[in-house]
Ligand binder design. Structure first.
Ligand code: FES
Length: 312
């Protein structure tokens, strides 16, 4: 849990594309909402057992309203159905955040790649890249043109945006975007796991930034052993058994920790590592951050060894 939970009102509902619901959220008393930057997401607490993360896809300069787009996922875990079917204008939603693990780093050149609802964090990035005078292109794929949100808004960017509805153009031409990228280019990609994996495989090292909505790595593995976690602030030692997460173990021991997704995708539970080597299993940290080993996502990651000292 985080302490920054607030109740916002659904100010409008609209269709952004086939199966994509666009919600605008406002403070019930009209107070300004917390500042955010492109790439940020919020947690919607839909029920005590149902929390979902959604990227903010409006204008960061608009402190009166947040905008999120929700894809209807028939096989999803219930969050999208809840929002599509049970929310009405005037309803209150519990919201935490925003938080950002997908920041737009300054660069003279960007290649943006979005698949389906993965356009949501990318959309405000385009405006920021544009305002910064960067060179950029977007490759945006979807099942069909009708399923792709924000086509009207993207129209203003002209031929810097390449639309690739799969039923018209086939699979995304990643080679055209990623082969021979000039030095100093950053690649930002958000979309389904297979797209992110394909981009990761093709992209030169060090320049790719991704956001995953679904976990990339396995949470538990055969052969996971027990290890000790020392809570540096209290000096207590907690044993983490196989099949139990560090998060659950330290919470059971009374440590105050923040969490949301519990599957290594939202970044809320990121914790500083003071000693020991994490076994990273999240979908948030970059390769550099993993190698540095200074933080870990304790809802899924474990220990390479027998002992971790955490700043808890
Ligand atoms: S709680 Fe979401 S990454 Fe750990």
């Amino acid at each position: 849990m985080t302490m920054d939970e607030t109740e916002l009102v659904v100010a409008s509902r609209a269709s952004a594309a086939d199966g994509v619901l666009l919600l605008t959220l406002r403070h019930p008393l009209g107070e300004p909402l917390p500042a955010w930057e492109p790439g940020a997401h919020v947690d919607l607490v839909l029920r005590p057992d149902l929390e979902r993360q959604y990227s903010l896809c409006g204008d960061p300069a608009d402190r009166q309203a947040w905008r999120i787009a929700v894809l209807r996922e028939p096989d999803g875990r219930g969050g999208s159905a809840y929002l599509h079917e049970r929310t009405a204008v005037g309803d209150k939603l519990r919201v935490r955040g925003p938080r950002n693990h997908f920041r737009l780093e300054p660069s003279p050149r960007y290649r943006f790649i979005a698949g389906g609802i993965g356009i949501t964090p990318i959309l405000p990035m385009l405006a920021a890249a544009e305002a910064a005078g960067a060179q950029w292109t977007l490759l945006y794929g979807g099942r069909t043109r009708g399923s792709m949100a924000f086509l009207t808004e993207l129209g203003r960017y002209g031929d810097r945006v390449t639309l690739a509805p799969q039923d018209e153009t086939g699979p995304l031409d990643l080679a055209a975007v990623l082969d021979g990228v000039p030095d100093g280019t950053l690649v930002y990609c958000c979309g389904p796991g297979p797209l992110l994996d394909a981009v990761q495989e093709r992209c030169p090292p060090g320049i790719l930034r991704v956001e995953r909505f679904t976990p990339k790595e396995r949470r538990h593995a055969d052969g996971d052993g027990a290890f000790d976690v020392v809570l540096a602030r209290s000096g207590r030692t907690v044993t983490v058994a196989p099949g139990v997460s560090v998060l659950d173990a330290v919470r059971a021991a009374g440590a105050e920790v923040l969490w949301s997704c519990t599957e290594g995708t939202c970044g809320t539970c990121e914790t500083d590592v003071l000693q020991g080597t994490p076994d990273h299993r999240d979908s948030v940290l970059t390769d550099e951050e993993r190698a540095a080993g200074e933080t870990m996502l304790i809802c899924v990651s474990r220990c390479r060894g027998k002992r971790l000292v955490l700043d808890l």
